[in-house]
Design a protein around this ligand. Structure first.
Ligand SMILES: Nc1nc2c(c(=O)[nH]1)N[C@H]1C(S)=C(S)[C@@H](COP(=O)(O)O)O[C@H]1N2
Ligand SMILES: [Mo]
Length: 250
């Protein structure tokens, strides 16, 4: 893996050629990692998930109860950090985000409990976009870097909405007041630099939030620095172009 921000926090992506070699499903060791801080040392036995707020029966569940008492589903979901390819963006205009290459994208088979299965108590279909994922990536529990023992998975949304090491779900009509909810994953008009964003409180304007993934595509071969031999005298060998593409709509 290529480290992007030094040792701590651990942020890393696979070399693009290695990511591509494996096709659609990304092996766990090559799944990009985006951590804003330290990885909690969690234990399956002691972890609880609290459901609170606008619910009839607030309460806590252990991991074993979550697995035993709720039907689970399994589906492939592509995770993408909203900063994927930011290195290229930073070359055009420097942002306050670090330089992601084109490998902040990974796909796994996730297994978990749909949040809507606990949602009869929720008002107005609240949370119906969300799923919580409990384990199993190629039959494994979640790796610590990817949220062990419990994380959120929201197909079609940016990775930033998929909270890892999930401890609490608060059903509420108010937007989160979390620092990172306001300061991360915003795209402002090009004249807004960080100073202006602070001075004029652009962080709190709801229209600049990024939730669903945008369409994106990358040609991966030929790669940077790759030399394509051209043979003018004999017949040209065919060359296969490759790449990847995704969008949030499905
Ligand atoms: N608790 C917690 N959840 C988090 C984050 C984090 O730093 N802490 N980073 C978010 C961001 S920005 C992304 S892109 C994804 C990355 O998930 P991954 O490391 O499993 O690829 O987790 C999201 N969930
Ligand atoms: Mo992210």
């Amino acid at each position: 893996m290529v480290r992007l921000t030094g040792k701590h926090p651990f942020n890393a992506e696979a070399p693009l050629a290695r990511l591509m070699r494996h096709g659609f499903i990304t092996p766990v060791p090559l799944h990009y990692v985006r951590n804003h801080g330290l990885v909690p040392r969690a234990s399956w036995q002691h972890w609880t998930i609290e459901v609170t707020g606008l619910v009839k029966r607030p309460g806590k569940l252990t991991m074993n109860r979550l697995v035993a008492d709720f039907p689970s589903r399994e589906l492939p979901v592509t995770l993408v950090c909203a900063g994927n390819r930011r290195k290229e963006q930073n070359l055009v205009k420097q942002s306050i985000g670090f330089n992601w290459g084109p490998s902040a994208v990974s796909t796994s088979i996730w297994r978990g409990v749909p949040l809507r299965d606990g949602a009869e108590d929720l008002p107005g279909g609240g949370g119906s976009k969300y799923g919580t994922s409990i384990n199993k990536e190629n039959g494994e529990l979640l790796a610590p870097d990817h949220g062990f023992p419990l994380r959120v998975i929201i197909p079609g949304y940016i990775g930033g909405r998929m909270v890892k090491w999930l401890r609490r779900i608060i059903v509420t009509t108010k937007e989160s007041d979390n620092y990172y909810h306001y300061r991360d994953n915003k795209v402002f008009p090009s004249h807004v630099d960080p100073e202006l964003a602070n001075a004029e409180a652009w962080w709190y304007k709801p229209e600049y939030i990024v939730n669903e993934l945008n369409i994106n595509s990358v040609i991966t071969t030929p790669s940077h620095e790759e030399i394509l031999p051209i043979n003018a005298s004999t017949s040209q060998r065919p060359y296969t172009l490759r790449g990847y593409a995704y969008s949030g709509k499905f």
